[in-house]
Design a protein. Structure first.
Length: 471
């Protein structure tokens, strides 16, 4: 049995991930902004209380950290990162695997840690066989291991589910033996299961597909490896005719599988080129091309980049994706700029609006006297003219939010003295360029064009001319 003494001596959470560390990024933490926000969500969520937020600045990670990386999945700004396996590396490896396999499984390191402990107990044979199946699934890329399933956000799950029907991937599952989360030290506050369950549920609702569950190692998908030598060396006792027939069948399968390797490589190259090209359909790609100065450029957090990139590859359910972002109530806004200074991703800014949408609220200076914009004063009085001009100029100045970068971290809501900041939702389709914008981008000679050949020689102005003639 797995006694508390054994679990304490060999913590299953400190397996292969044990060599890494959890880091707090000053550049993204709300506690390190120009106007710091007293955010404590990571400290409150940590199962072992390893994050201290008593002093100002980024949270301090103490030696009690068990490196489960669950805090990575709860921070809205991804200000916490695992050095050995970041969200970016997880999605990169998973998307690469989706080019080669049809069933992807994600599992936590604790499963392997528990099995290694069981090899010291009463039934080592079963645990050893389960470990062998797990290692084979990892070697064939069917199984991707992470420190804890709690670190995987809804954007990452959506990116994987969204690959079904686009790449070779046909199914996504989790490897979760029964009762594992209930006894896991990472689940000390009984919140880890709720965290990744809610993330999976949101992704399933967005992608209209479901994540399966595998509870036993012998159910893990495997890829058959052609090996005639292993067949000849096997101890299977068969008659002479059966051995000859079996050898020929194995040899035939080996030839067929080896012939498929080249075809798979060509298909992978094609899919990778398509993925690179589909990113050009996103507003994030167009924004990156603007080349604004670094101190004015908004910051895209990894989860938002993953979501936008996935929508670019497959936008069939873009209208189903609902993302929370902040907005500004112009009737309450006093244009103090506190929300702009506190925004960690620089998604808020002052804008001079030439023409306001009828649904938008005007600045308090304008709403207090509606006649200022509709019935201006006669030009005879110079002081009245100057006052009206100043009022009109102020009326059309407003605070706007770039929904492409806002992650609804609530920093602006906490900083605004007038309560003018609020939350709203945008659809994933808002992160994609429409057809007119794509054509405009091609005509301008930036980015790849529809007329690009396989060798990629046609681009720039030539591609723009060709797409114009096609239209």
């Amino acid at each position: 049995m797995l006694t508390p003494e054994i679990m304490k001596a060999d913590n299953p959470g400190l397996t292969e991930f044990g060599s890494g560390n959890v880091l707090a990024l000053t550049s993204q933490c709300l506690r390190c902004a120009k106007k710091p926000t007293a955010c404590t969500i990571c400290a409150e969520f940590c199962p072992v209380g390893a994050l201290e937020t008593k002093v100002e600045g980024r949270p301090r990670i103490t030696s009690t950290c068990i490196k489960c990386a669950a805090c990575v999945g709860i921070c809205p700004l991804n200000a916490l990162a695992a050095s050995s396996k970041t969200l970016q590396s997880v999605i990169r490896l998973a998307l690469q695997a989706s080019l080669r396999i049809n069933h992807l499984v994600l599992g936590c390191e604790r499963t392997m840690g528990l099995l290694r402990l069981e090899t010291r107990c009463d039934e080592p044979e079963a645990a050893t066989e389960a470990l062998r199946l797990i290692e084979e699934a990892c070697a064939s890329e069917h199984l991707q291991k992470v420190p804890c399933l709690g670190m995987l956000t809804k954007e990452l799950w959506f990116a994987l589910l969204n690959e079904i029907g686009v790449s070779k991937l046909e199914e996504v599952s989790v490897f979760l033996p029964p009762g594992q989360c209930a006894e896991c030290p990472v689940n000390a506050k009984s919140n880890i299961e709720d965290l990744f369950s809610a993330a999976i549920e949101s992704a399933e609702r967005w992608a209209h597909r479901y994540v399966g569950v595998i509870t036993c190692a012998n159910e893990l998908p495997q890829t058959r490896k052609a090996n005639v030598r292993a067949y000849l060396a096997s101890e299977t006792q068969v008659d002479r005719r059966g051995a000859f027939t079996g050898f020929l069948q194995e040899l035939k399968q080996t030839w067929s599988e080896n012939a498929e390797v080249g075809n798979r490589a060509i298909e992978e190259v094609r899919l990778q080129r398509e993925r690179k090209k589909t990113f050009e359909r996103t507003r994030l790609s167009a924004d990156i091309k603007k080349g604004r100065p670094g101190n004015k450029n908004p910051i895209e957090v990894p989860t938002r980049y993953i979501l936008v990139e996935a929508l670019g590859r497959n936008d069939i359910w873009a209208s189903e994706v609902k993302v929370a972002v902040s907005a500004t109530d112009d009737e309450r806004c006093t244009l103090c700029g506190d929300c702009i200074e506190v925004c960690p991703v620089r998604a808020r800014k002052f804008v001079e609006v030439d023409s306001l949408d009828p649904a938008d609220s005007l600045d308090p200076a304008d709403s207090s006297d509606p006649t200022d914009s509709s019935d201006p004063l006669p030009p005879s009085d110079k002081e009245a003219d100057a006052s009206a001009e100043s009022s009109a100029s102020k009326a059309f100045r407003a605070v706007r939010v770039d929904a492409l970068y806002c992650v609804a971290c609530s920093a602006c809501l906490q900083a605004c003295p007038a309560g003018a900041c609020l939350f709203t939702e945008v659809e994933g389709a808002a992160f994609l360029l429409d057809e007119d914008e794509m054509n405009k981008d091609e005509d301008g000679g930036t980015g790849e064009t529809e007329g690009e050949g396989e060798d990629g020689a046609e681009s720039g102005g030539t591609g723009g001319a060709k797409s114009e003639s096609d239209r």
